[in-house]
Design a protein around this ligand. Sequence first.
Ligand code: GLC
Length: 654
Amino acid sequence: MYEQVSHSLLNKILDDLKPEIRKEDLRHFYTRLGANFYAIYSLFHHLYGQRDDFEKQMLRLVEVMAKQYIRRSDELKAVDVARENDHNWFLSQDWVGMALYTDGFAGDLKGVKSHLGYLQELGVNMVHLMPILKVPDGASDGGYAVCDFREIDERVGTLEELGELAGAMRQRDILLTLDVVANHTSNEHAWAERAREGNETYQDYYYIFDNRDVPDMFEETLPEIFPETAPGNFTFDEQMNKWVMTVFNEYQWDLNYSNPAVFIEMVDIILFWANQGADIVRLDAVAFLWKKIGTTSQNEREAHLILQLMKDCSQVTAPGVLFIAEAIVAPVEIIKYFGEDAVIAKECEIAYNATFMALLWEAVATKNAKLLETSIRSLPGKLDRATWLNYVRCHDDIGLGFDDNDIVKAGYDPFAHRRFLVDYFTGVYDASPAKGQPFGRNHKTGDARISGTLASLVGLETALEINDPAAIQRSIDVILLLHSMIMSFGGIPLLYYGDEIGTLNDSAFLDDENKAFDNRWMHRPMIDWDKAENRKQHGSVEQRIFEGLQKMIAVRKSTPAFSDYNNRELIDTGNPHLFVFIRSNPFMPGNNVLVVGNFDDSPQSLTLSDLSNRGRFEYGRLQDLYSGESPSMFKDQLVVPPLSFYWLCHGGLN
Ligand code: GLC
C-alpha cells in the first residue's frame, strides 16, 4: 500500500543508507522493500513509535535487511525468485519431514550428511536439525539455551560443515529447517554476560529488576512451565544483585522485545541462518514473546505483531524462507500464529499442530475418536497458504492441551479425563501397556504432561519384554495408524527420528547430571545403526515399521488429494471408534480419498451409503491406496479391522 508518511520516511532512509550499501545492485530488494514498507513501518511504529530514536531504529532495521540481502548467495536468491513464482510450493503432498538431534541421529553434521541416503530411502525430504548452536557445557535445555546465535556447537561441527550439509541437501531436494530461539538466551550469552557486568544497554535486552515488586506482580498470573525443576519465573543474579525473568529454566533469560534493538538483532539472526541455507526457520516458543503484568504473558497481541514484522522483514531479504511457529498453546490460539484477519498467512506459514497430536494420543488411550472429532470440528478454519506440521511425537513432552468445552461435549469430565490420560500413558492404569513418565507435574494445579518414545507409549516395549507376538503386532499397528493420520490429514507430516524403527525409551540420561532431572531425554535417543540395519530383515519389528512408513510416504507423495488446500471434510459416521474424513483433490475434482482410522481393538463397520454425494464412495469397487487392495465389505458396509486405516479411492477412477 502507498501511504505518504511511511513513503517519505522510506525515501529518507534510502538517502541515508551507507554508501557501501547504496553501491550494490539491490533491485529485487528495493521492490520488495517498497511493497512491504508500509506494513513494516506500521508494525514497527506500533511497537516502538513512542521512542525518540524511532527513525534511527528504522534506518538500522533497513540496513540489517539490506546487508543480509547483499550477503545472500546468488543460488539462494534464485531459490527465492523460483518460490515467489510457485508460491504454493510447500502445500504440496510431496513434503515429508523428520526432526532429529544431530548428535543422536548420526554423531555430528558430517554424520548427518553421510546418512542422507537413509532419509531418502524412507522418503523424508525435509529435515529439522534440532538446535545446533553454541550452548553451555552443562545443562542447555536440549540446545534451547543458546550462548552464541552465530556459532555452531563444536561438538557437532562447524559453520562450514553445515554449509556442506545444506548444499548436499539442496542437491537432493531435501529442505533444511533450523531453529531460531527467539524468546530467550543462555545466561552465558555475551549479552547476558555484559548485562551481568552492569552494562545498561545489555540489561535492557532482558527483563531485569532491582527488587521483587514487578516480579511479584507478574507471578500472580504467570503459569510455571517447568514447575518441578524450575519453579517461579524469575531468578536472582548475585553479581548484578537483581532479578531476571527466566520463564523456562533459570539459565534461560527472556529477551525484552519492547526494546527495538532486541527485535533488530533477532531479524539479523534469522536472516543470517536463511543465508546459511535454511529453507525453513523454526521460531521457538513464539507464544512467549511479549510480557504483560496481569496476564499469562502468552499469546499477547504484541507477540503476533512481532511475528508479522519478522515475516515482513524476512520477505524483503529472503522471501523463499518459511517460518514455523512453535506455539504449543490452546487450540484456538495456535491457529492465530498463521495471522488473524487475513486471507493468506502473514505470520508463520507453518505451525505445529499440537492439538491434533494430543488428540491422536487421546484416541489411542480411549480407543475412540469422540474427542478427536469434536475438537477438530470446533477449530476455526485455517488461512490460505498456511499449513500444519502434523506430528505424533517430537522431542518435547505430550501436553494435554484440549479445550475443556470439547472434553465436556465428548462426554467426559475435563479434570478426570486428563488424569486418566496421564495414568494411561504412564502405565498406572492397569489395562495399559504404555511405559511413559509424567513430565512437569504441577502439584498446585494437578496438571501433568507425558514423556516417552512413540514405541514405548504404544506398548511395544512391554510387548517385547513379555515376548508376545500379538501384542508386538498391535503396537506396530498403532504406530502405523497414527502415522496414517498425520500423512493424510492435510499439512506436512513430521516424523521423529528413531520412530521409524520403533526406538524404545532410553534411560541413559539418568547417568548425566545435566539431563537426569528432565525426563524428556528418555525420548531423545542415540540411534543404534545396527538395529536400524534390521529394517532389511523380513519380519523384524524394524522392517515392519520402516517399510510401512516408507510405503505410506510413497503413496502420500503420489496422492494430490493429500496436498493442503483446506480440502478436508470431516465425516460424522455415528461410530465413535472411527475417525473419518474425505480429502478432495484440488486439481482433479471427484478424485477424492476417503480416510478411515479405527482406533478400537475390535473391527468396526462404516455404512458407505451414508456418504452419498461425497465422492461416490458407495458405488462400485473401492481400492485402498496404501495396500493396493480392495477393502473387505459386508453388503454396503465397509469392514475396518482393529487399529487399522484405509485410504480409499474409487477403483474406477485410479
Ligand atoms: C520449546 C522447545 C523446548 C524448550 C522450550 C524452551 O518449547 O521445543 O524443548 O524446552 O522451547 O526453549
